[in-house]
Design a protein around this ligand. Structure first.
Ligand code: ADP
Ligand code: MG
Length: 237
């Protein structure tokens, strides 16, 4: 299993924000954690990334316990909620950021940046200023930046959160197609059920730091596990 969480627990002020979560992600799988605001989704990603220490439980990557492994040595790609591009760098500089950290030589970096911008549908945009891009274009640049170092697991926090609905619906289909083509393993979190159902091979519904249900989009949609899941999906009881 590429990623395993075993009893992962994070407490803030005595409250378990992540409450003994067991979760596995297989190689090439796209898993979406779906839950309302405050259910612990971002904390889950931060714990996997090594940015949030666990109070109990374990995070394993390829079967190896990650306790004590710093974030930059976990081989993960991260795209945060507010994608935080570097405004003073151009598009290419943003995408190349992780490659420079890895010590890739300049010519290889430039080639990889071109390849990635083609991939996310922004060919030739390397010299453009970040501030001149639309929200959707910035989202694509953030994605290219996260993919650049070829992470073994790509983690996305509300990846399309800033975008309007029609763009979101279009991009989510593109993303699924792209990840399938690249064989990318993805753990995404979102409060938007449309996004989760369109993107995921497997949906994990979270409530108050616990997993309320996990299954294929069809399974969750057809058989919500309880009243909470049903209500969250918009069904009248
Ligand atoms: P989500 O991403 O699902 O909206 P979060 O993981 O951001 O949820 O937060 C879950 C809960 O933990 C929220 O109630 C939030 O206020 C709380 N929380 C998150 N980070 C901290 C922190 N550093 N200190 C205290 N409480 C926090
Ligand atoms: Mg969040």
């Amino acid at each position: 299993m590429l990623l395993s969480l075993q009893g992962a627990t994070v407490r803030f002020g005595g409250r378990a924000v992540l409450d003994a979560v067991d979760l596995e992600v297989a190689e090439h799988e796209i898993v979406c954690v779906l839950g309302p605001s405050g259910s612990g989704k971002s904390t889950l990603l931060r714990a996997v990334a090594g940015l949030q220490p666990l109070d109990a439980g374990r995070v394993l990557l390829d079967g190896r316990d990650q306790a004590g492994v710093p974030a930059h040595r976990r081989g993960l790609g991260l795209m945060f909620q507010d994608h935080q591009l570097f405004p003073q760098r151009d598009v290419g500089g943003n995408v190349a950021f992780g490659l420079r950290m890895q010590g890739e030589p300049r010519d290889r970096r430039e080639e990889r940046v071109r390849e990635l911008l083609d991939l996310v549908g922004l060919p030739g945009a390397g010299r453009r200023a970040v501030a001149a891009l639309s929200g959707g274009e910035q989202q694509r640049v953030a994605l290219a930046r996260a993919l650049a170092p070829r992470p073994r697991l790509l983690m996305l926090d509300e990846p399309l959160g800033q975008l309007d609905r029609s763009l979101r619906e279009r991009l989510v289909v593109e993303l699924r197609e792209l990840f399938g083509r690249l064989g990318t393993t993805v753990l995404a979190v979102t409060h938007d059920q449309g996004e989760a159902f369109a993107l995921a091979d497997r949906v994990v519904v979270m409530r108050d730091g616990r997993i309320a249900q996990a299954g294929t989009p069809l399974q969750v949609w057809q058989r919500p596990a309880d009243a909470f899941v049903a209500r969250f999906l918009g069904f009248e009881n």
